[in-house]
Design a protein around this ligand. Sequence first.
Ligand code: HEC
Ligand code: HEC
Ligand code: HEC
Ligand code: HEC
Ligand code: HEC
Length: 243
Amino acid sequence: MANYFPRWTNRLPLKVLVCLGVLGSALVAGVWYYFTPAYTRVGYEPVQPVPFSHEIHAAQLGMDCRYCHSFVEVAAHSNVPSTQTCMNCHSQVQKESPKLVAVRESWATGKPIEWLQIHKTPGFAYFNHSVHINRGVSCFSCHGQVNHMPVVFHAKPFSMSFCLDCHRNPETGLRPRADVFNLDWRPDDLNVPLFVAKYGKPPGMEQKDFASDAKLTQKEIGLTLARKLGVNAPVANCAGCHR
Ligand code: HEC
Ligand code: HEC
Ligand code: HEC
Ligand code: HEC
Ligand code: HEC
C-alpha cells in the first residue's frame, strides 16, 4: 500500500474531534451564560390584573412598605397584600374607578387577585427576607427604587453571583436598620454623630472626631455596621443557600 497521506494525518481525526469538542463546549457555555434566566430576567415587567402604582402609594401617599408587605421583616417570605388591605381605603377612595374593577370583583367574590410574581429564586436556592432586613439590607439593594415605579419591574439579575457579590462585601449593602424601608436614603442623609455614638467609629478612623456636619461613605458606614453586628453571610458554604 502506498502512503498517500503523510504520517501526521493519522492523528487528524483525533485533532478534529478535540477541536469540535472545545468549540462545542464554548458554544454551550455561551448559550448557558447569556440565555439562562439570570441574564434575561432584568426588565421583566408583567401586566398585572390591577394597574397598581408604587409611585402613587409609596412615594406620593408616603405609605410604609410594611403596610402591605407585612411579613417582610418577620418571615422568610414577603407577602403581597390581600384585597382587604386595598379595601381599607378603596371602599371610600376612588370607589367608582374603572382601574379598580378587579379589586371590587375580588372583594365581592372572595377570590384573591391573581398578582403575577415577578421576583423568584429557583427551588434549589434558599432565600430569607427577615434575615436581610434585620441586618440592615434595604429592599433597594435587591429590588431597586420600587417606591418610584408606576409598574414594578425586575431591576437586578438575581443570579448566584449577584448574591455572592454582596455576601463577599456586605459593607456595600448595609445601612442602619431604621432606614431599611426608606428607599430614598443616601449615605449623605446619615446623622454621623448619632451613628458613631450607636455603632462606633469606622475601622481605621478611631482617632477622628466627628462633628455634626461630618459625612461618611457607604463603605465606611457598611464596615462599621458589619463589625458591630458581626455580619457573616454565606459565601464558600454552599449549603448556606442550597439547603
Ligand atoms: C398599598 C400597598 C403596597 C405598598 C404600600 C407597597 N407595596 Fe409593594 N406591592 C403591592 C402589590 C399589590 C404588589 C403586586 C403588584 C405589583 O407588582 O405591582 C406589590 C409588589 C411588590 C414587589 C414585586 C413582587 C414580586 O412579584 O416580585 C416588590 C419588590 C415590592 N412590591 C416592594 C415594595 C416596597 C419596597 C415598598 C415600600 C417602598 C412597597 N412595595 C410598598 C402593594 C404595596
Ligand atoms: C392608605 C389608603 C390606600 C390603600 C391601602 C390603597 N390605596 Fe390605592 N389609592 C389611594 C389613593 C388616595 C389613591 C388616589 C391617588 C390619586 O388620586 O392621585 C389611590 C389610587 C389607586 C389606583 C388608581 C385609581 C385611578 O383611577 O387612578 C389604583 C389602581 C389603586 N389605588 C389600587 C390599589 C390597590 C390594588 C391597593 C391594594 C394593594 C390599594 N390601592 C391600596 C389610597 C390607597
Ligand atoms: C437581599 C435581597 C432582597 C432584599 C433586601 C429584599 N428582597 Fe424581596 N425578594 C428577594 C428575592 C430573592 C425574592 C424571590 C423570593 C422567592 O422566590 O420566593 C423576593 C421576592 C419579593 C416579593 C414577592 C413575593 C411573592 O410571593 O410574590 C416581594 C413582595 C418582596 N420581595 C418585597 C420586598 C420588600 C418590601 C423588601 C424590603 C422591605 C424586600 N423585598 C427586600 C430578595 C430581596
Ligand atoms: C446587598 C447585600 C446582599 C445581597 C444582594 C444578598 N444578601 Fe444574603 N445576606 C446578606 C447579609 C448582610 C446577610 C446576613 C449575614 C449575617 O447574618 O451575619 C445575608 C444572609 C444570607 C443567608 C443566611 C440566612 C440564614 O438564615 O442564616 C442566606 C441563605 C442568604 N443571605 C441568601 C441570599 C441569596 C439567595 C441572595 C440572592 C438572591 C442574597 N442572599 C443576596 C446580604 C446580602
Ligand atoms: C448566597 C447564596 C448562594 C451561595 C452561598 C451559593 N449559591 Fe449557588 N446559587 C444561588 C442562587 C440564588 C442560584 C440561582 C441563580 C439563578 O437563578 O440564576 C444558584 C445557582 C447555582 C447553580 C445552578 C447554575 C447556575 O449558575 O444558575 C449551581 C450549580 C450552584 N448554584 C452551585 C453552588 C455551589 C457549588 C456553591 C458553593 C461553592 C454555591 N452554589 C453557593 C445562591 C447561592
